[in-house]
Write a protein that binds this ligand. Structure first.
Ligand code: FAD
Length: 467
């Protein structure tokens, strides 16, 4: 039997997951398949990037993943990493709005109140804003039942003030996008289901959250990382899959269909032949890779936003207003330029040596993209200017690590799901054996990317077995 070649393009967590599970199955079942992964940059892991410095563990990209979503936990277990998983420490989180830090009212779900008393007692919203949010109880169901902007949906139900002071800052931490452009159906489709079922979104959340509470009463942290940082999972995949499979510094430039196979051209002299391809790169790359196929063109209009984060190391004594909690997000209406700050040494105690503090501040709201291109010094000064009045910081940080993610956050704008579905349908007809996976398509969170990597592996196997 002739050997079939499977090429994976992109060495982020999606491509790495596909490589790991492909190689595992090939070895276990002695299949006549050969896998290679081509990665443009000089390292594997994509956005997962851990820096260890002076006893600190600094995450430059994601810092954790949701514990309740199984694919990431399963991958960690399959890799034998379960004893290295750690949960975040729980604690009060805050929103900076109306010039002060406010505790996120108890019972908030993504900034939407589900317990009335803590919400009414909070100074997060004006009386007018609270009354407007309360209208959700009596407003009729919306007429639109298809996709629409998340911002439009939430503003109609709950009013602008709740959206801008409470919901938007929390959601932008996940998507770094403009709520008024984001697709409801690609982000929180259950909000629409709840409105259709209960009429009121708050009532619907109250109902479903109380059902969830009866099944899980514990107050454990909701996120997992690893004792030595998130990159542990990348290192384990590389080690267990076999280094020779990975080709770094290999940027794919063009893919051409030749009869029933594909030829992959790269920035190097090497050209690869493939029977099946898993494409795990961001969406804006696709129209360049498949120039002969017009149906990728709509992806050129799908925006990517830029963000940056600044990790600041201090001696704990330098932070005079050491607030008990895990961090805060910033209201869109605030004049601050940071969008959030994690008190990393509290949320993830293993990340800082005893007596030290590690703060991680974020910048790059959709209306302030220019900040990401400032110099390290200018960005750090802006962050310190915003943080100092809140936390009363004295003196300079011991060091600062600035990480820019330019045009890195794919935006699931209205129509996202239909757009991706149409492209996949066209690929099935015109590019059989080529499968899409990753954060631009079916979910941005690490568990969603892992699930997509695993699914693409299954699709590639199924396809090749039918050949
Ligand atoms: P990527 O990691 O972007 O990998 C794609 C790879 O493809 C890259 O390595 C790239 O170099 C390569 N590539 C591109 N073009 C080519 C080409 N032509 N040829 C070959 N290779 C190419 N998610 C969470 O679950 N929890 C978090 O806490 C969290 N925080 C985040 C914080 C930040 C700052 C960022 C930026 C993201 C965060 N995310 C978080 C999201 C999550 O990290 C990403 O969605 C996920 O890691 C993306 O994985 P991926 O493999 O799809 O893409």
């Amino acid at each position: 039997m002739t050997t079939k070649n499977i090429i994976i393009i992109g060495g982020g967590i999606t491509g790495l997951t596909a490589a790991y599970y492909l190689q595992k199955d090939i070895a276990e079942r002695d299949l006549p398949f050969e896998v290679k992964l081509l990665e443009a940059s000089n390292r594997l892991g994509g956005k997962i990037n851990t820096k260890r410095m002076n006893g600190f563990i600094i995450e430059r990209g994601p810092d954790s993943f949701l514990a309740r979503k199984q694919p990431a936990v399963k991958l960690a277990n399959d890799l034998g990493l379960s004893d290295q998983l750690i949960r975040n420490r729980t604690g009060q989180a805050y929103i900076f709005a109306r010039g002060a830090l406010h505790e996120i009212p108890q019972g908030s779900h993504m900034g939407i109140p589900t317990q009335i008393r803590p919400f009414l007692e909070s100074a997060l919203l004006s009386t007018r804003g609270k009354l407007r949010a309360g209208l959700d109880y009596i407003l009729p169901r919306g007429k639109e039942v298809g996709d629409q902007s998340l911002g439009k949906f939430l503003r109609r139900r709950l009013g602008d003030e709740l959206v801008e002071n409470s919901i938007e800052p929390l959601l932008s931490g996940i998507y770094s996008g403009d709520l008024d452009q984001m697709s409801l159906m690609a982000t929180f489709p259950h909000f629409l289901e709840l409105e259709q079922r209960y009429r009121s979104l708050i009532k619907g959340l109250q109902q479903t959250m109380s059902e969830q509470k009866t099944t899980s009463q514990n107050k454990r942290g909701k996120f997992f990382s690893f004792k030595n940082g998130l990159e542990t999972i990348v290192a384990a995949i590389i080690k267990q899959t076999g280094n020779e499979l990975f080709h770094i510094n290999t940027k794919v430039e063009k893919i051409v269909k030749t009869h029933s196979r594909y030829r992959i051209y790269t920035n190097r002299d090497a050209c690869y032949e493939a029977d099946a391809i898993i494409v795990a790169v961001p969406h804006h790359v696709l129209p360049h890779l498949f120039q002969a196929y017009d149906f990728f063109q709509p992806l050129t209009h799908v925006p990517l936003t830029s963000v940056a984060n600044i990790a600041l190391a201090f001696d704990q004594s330098q932070i005079k207003n050491d607030i008990h909690g895990t961090g805060f997000v910033v209201s869109r209406n605030s004049s601050n330029r940071i969008t959030a700050c994690t008190w990393t040494h509290k949320k993830w105690q293993h990340t800082a040596p005893d007596g030290k503090a590690l703060l991680r501040a974020y910048v790059g709201q959709p209306s302030d993209q220019a900040i990401v291109r400032l110099s390290d010094t200018d960005m750090t000064n802006i962050v310190l200017r915003d943080l100092t009045p809140i936390m009363n910081i004295v003196g300079d940080p011991e060091f600062a690590v600035v990480t820019r993610w330019e045009k890195a956050m794919p935006q699931y704008t209205v129509g996202h799901k239909a757009r991706i579905r149409q492209i996949k349908e066209k690929m099935e007809k015109s590019l059989p054996g080529v499968f899409l996976a990753g954060s631009s398509y079916g979910g941005v969170g690490i568990p969603d990317c892992i699930a997509q990597g695993e699914q693409a592996k299954r699709q590639a196997f199924l396809y090749l077995q039918k050949q």
